[in-house]
Design a protein around this ligand. Structure first.
Ligand SMILES: [Zn+2]
Length: 374
């Protein structure tokens, strides 16, 4: 068989699988044949291959079609599993997800002190195996382990260039990944959560993701893929200047979006929790209300600039986003005031994935790689 025939067969099998993946309604062999314009024998042949590979199964449902029962078909979501590991200065989080990015296991551990890369590598390796054992995850189905760090990763993916919160600068990632006996991939945490959010939204439209946590970052997803930029620094929205000569930023510059919209500005820096901050805003305490207005005004500048540069939906995520629901209308008003092209700012939305987006996005890297390869 020549290469083109092999490739054509793969594409046919892939189209059968992806039709079942995308269309979750009841689907029979006849439905598939009709939708894909293929003959029933071709559909049957491909289904046999996909079923032999454990990727597709009969759903067990059946519907009456003119007196005959027809078997429903569906993909097997847990035919493969991917794991995502999120590393921050205080905790490790593990998520395992199936091929539909449903979380099938989650575990978190906290620790008190910072690590050298080698120590971190040992810890991740040990805890990863505990996690796999603890949740009885079949290693033969494990596609890989995505790891996220709060920092800028080198274009080649082999070094962490800068991770201020981990106090790491220009360090090889080998120490982190070399003991893990599965395929690994290392990504920036905000990029990862943006990617998971994009996937969870399901509309497959272009999207800029702005992650609001103690650090402010983001991701740009264009045509279904993360746009990394020439240096993997695309989406570093936190260090976009929103106030020349303004507040000092952790990066050493002034007036960055992160200096204005870090969660720390309205919690740790005031010696109170976020919950307490918003209680005081709601009660109309002037100092807090004014500070919050300033936060929103600068956030609106940032969001509006992103819209102007990329002309796509701007989704606000990160743990701050859970407090933003009541303020979304006023935030949209502020953003709209900066934009001569459109009246409102409906492009500004809150994230749907409220938790575990970071590790899930890391797992998604391997899931999409697998789906693309079918
Ligand atoms: Zn900065």
């Amino acid at each position: 068989m020549d290469v083109s025939t092999t490739e054509r067969r793969r594409q046919t099998r892939s189209s059968v699988y992806h039709y079942l993946y995308e269309n979750q309604n009841f689907c029979t062999r006849q439905n598939l044949a009709q939708a894909l314009g293929l003959s029933l024998p071709t559909i049957s042949q491909n289904l046999t291959e996909l079923m032999d590979a454990g990727l597709v199964r009969f759903t067990g449902q059946s519907q009456s079609t003119g007196g005959r029962k027809a078997a429903g078909l569906a993909i097997v979501p847990d035919a493969r599993i991917a794991v995502g590991v999120s590393i921050t200065e205080t905790r490790l989080r593990f998520s395992a997800a199936d091929l539909r990015l449903n979380e099938v296991a989650y575990h978190r551990i906290t620790y008190g002190s910072l690590f050298e890369m080698e120590d971190l590598g040992l810890l991740v390796q040990r805890e990863l195996e505990h996690f796999l054992d603890g949740f009885h995850i079949d290693r033969s189905r494990l596609l890989g382990v995505g790891i996220t760090l709060p920092g800028v990763i080198s274009a080649a993916g082999d070094r962490i260039l800068l991770a201020p919160t981990l106090r790491m600068k220009d360090i090889r990632l080998e120490g982190l990944t070399k003991r893990i006996p599965y395929p690994t991939f290392v990504e920036n945490d905000a990029t990862s959560s943006g990617y998971a959010e994009w996937f969870a939204r399901g509309d497959r439209s272009n999207m800029a993701y702005l992650s609001l946590e103690n650090g402010v970052g983001g991701a740009v997803i264009i045509n279904g893929a993360v746009y990394g930029g020439d240096n993997r620094r695309s989406g570093e929205f936190g260090h976009m200047c929103v106030e020349p000569g303004g507040l000092p930023c952790a990066c050493g510059k002034w007036g960055c979006l992160e200096a204005y919209c870090s969660a720390r500005r309205v919690s740790d820096n005031l010696g109170i929790t976020l919950k307490e901050f918003f209680r005081r805003v709601e009660e109309g305490e002037q100092f807090y209300a004014l500070l919050w207005k300033d936060y929103l005004l600068h956030l609106a500048v940032g969001a509006s600039n992103i819209r102007m540069a990329l002309d796509c939906q701007v989704v606000l995520g990160g743990f701050m986003s859970q407090y933003l629901t009541p303020y979304l209308p006023v935030l949209r008003d502020y953003a709209a005031a900066n934009n001569p092209y459109e009246k409102g700012a409906e492009y500004l939305e809150l994230s749907k994935l409220r938790s575990h987006a970071v590790p899930l996005g890391a797992a998604l890297h391997f899931i999409r790689q697998f789906l693309d390869g079918i």
